[in-house]
Design a protein around this ligand. Structure first.
Ligand code: PA5
Length: 442
């Protein structure tokens, strides 16, 4: 098997007869709406053909920028939040040595601007004091508060450490072509810039420079990532939605049957942040109009020892989507022990992954028996091209699924509410009325 595959038999078997099949025409309509571009949010469909339309020159240019940053810097800080953070973080974590941070080899990619943690920013700044570092600052709007604060601090520090001229050589800005504070600043300071296309929303932007530059700086093959996504683009668009449509149809059939929460499960700790990326993709796309499957994520077997009880015997409103990575990069065999005090000789000679796979199979059987429908996605290995396939698969399924649900999958109006209150509380100019209103509530 050399591609990702979808297995839904343990998800649809528990549904009432016809519940899955009757959704097929709706799912097909949703797919047609997506590809014809006549649905809600159709000005944000740039991601649909992005993999095949990404010019080789852009990939080459990003690789050249990454090379220059890697040569100059021990650390590159990628500054961004939400869609300007999670895709790069997910792919880098999935492909990296788990202990890369302790090996101090090559150029590391760290992240900032994804929180407003004062200690986080202090400790990052302290760590960077004696390091050669650079910054990739990413914001589509160019006005998001969290990355703006982090960038202001890091830019000031970098300029103090290496001078303003050299700092400008080590800062790359990824933002809108024309508008936003970051665009103005980048133009003024002469930073190298990349454009986030107008028609690609933040959570669909990992295959634009937003994700590609940090991933390339971390030393991974972005051409293979985009090629993998292009494979899935073909498989989706040339097959009436392919497995992306089947996944979207399945999860909506489960939702209509009362399964309101989808838990994305991995059995590989490198996929923790892939779950975070997926949560943003589905949460921001579908959670609106008081509808939408709640996207949750767990890392098994770790979380079988915490959330496992709830999943097995809690309220039956959940279903699981398991990402099962078939091949490992390395082989570790469990040794025989003459004294066998731990009683483990019955698995001596087996690879650790064989045990993991039995944990997965045993859990699947237990959860399905316990009333938790199980969708399974098999991924041949954690490699750039398969991750590209998986990213496009989830993006396409998300667009189709949102249209099945009857929402605009490409906006996020609810995200603005906390910002308005925060600005009012911080007494931002222009928010005087909101400040007065919110103070009246305190
Ligand atoms: O999906 C989205 O559009 C948002 O979550 C954004 O990615 C996030 O708010 C960051 O926005 P920006 O890139 O404009 O700083």
């Amino acid at each position: 098997m050399d591609k990702i595959e979808l297995h839904i038999e343990n998800a649809v078997s528990g549904l009432k007869p016809g519940a899955f099949d009757s959704l097929a025409p709706v799912a097909q309509d949703a797919f047609n709406t997506l590809v014809s571009g006549n649905g809600a949010g159709n000005d944000f469909l740039g991601w649909v053909k992005l993999p095949t339309e990404t010019p080789h020159e852009l990939i080459a240019d990003i690789n050249a920028t990454a090379k220059s940053l890697r040569e100059k810097c021990q650390t590159v800080v990628a500054v961004g939040i939400g869609g300007s953070y999670l895709g790069a973080k997910a792919v880098i974590e999935a492909l990296s040595d788990s202990f890369a941070a302790y090996r101090h080899e090559g150029c590391e990619v760290l992240f900032a601007g994804q929180n407003i943690g004062e200690d986080y920013l202090y400790e990052l700044s302290d760590y960077l004091k004696n390091r050669q570092f650079g910054i990739v600052v990413i914001s589509k709007s160019g006005t998001t508060t969290e990355p703006a604060i982090a960038f202001r601090l890091l830019k000031e520090q970098l300029e103090k450490q290496v001078g303003r001229q050299e700092a400008a050589q080590r800062i790359v800005a990824i933002t809108d072509e024309k508008k936003g504070a970051l665009r103005s600043l980048a133009n003024e300071e002469g930073y190298k810039t990349y454009i986030i296309p107008d028609n690609v929303g933040g959570r669909f932007s990992v295959l634009t420079p937003v994700g590609l530059l940090p991933i390339a700086v971390a030393g991974f093959d972005i051409e293979a990532l985009v090629c993998g996504a292009a494979r899935m683009q073909h498989a989706t668009l040339n097959n009436q939605g392919g497995i992306a449509l089947t996944y979207a149809q399945t999860r909506n059939a489960l939702y209509q049957a009362g399964k309101k929460i989808e838990i994305l499960v991995n059995y590989n700790p490198k996929l923790h942040f892939f779950g975070e990326w997926w949560k943003q993709l589905y949460g921001e796309s579908e959670g609106k109009d008081h509808k939408g499957i709640y996207p949750a994520a767990v890392d098994f077997s770790t979380d079988l020892h915490s959330m496992g009880q709830w999943i097995q015997e809690g309220e039956r409103t959940i279903f699981e989507t398991v990402i099962s990575v078939l091949g490992q990069q390395h082989s570790v065999v469990i040794p025989t022990d003459d004294s066998n005090l731990d009683g483990l000789n019955y698995i001596a000679g087996k690879r650790v992954d064989e045990v993991n796979k039995m944990a997965e199979l045993g859990t699947r059987i237990a959860h399905v028996d316990g009333g938790v429908p199980n969708i399974r996605i098999t991924v041949p290995a954690l490699r750039e091209d398969y991750l590209g396939e998986l990213i496009y698969f989830f993006e396409a399924a998300c667009g189709i699924s949102g249209y099945i649900l009857g929402v605009n999958p490409f906006n996020q109006p609810g995200v603005e509410f906390y910002k308005r209150n925060m600005f009012a509380l911080l007494e931002k100019p222009g928010y005087e009325a909101e400040t007065a209103a919110i103070k009246a509530k305190l």
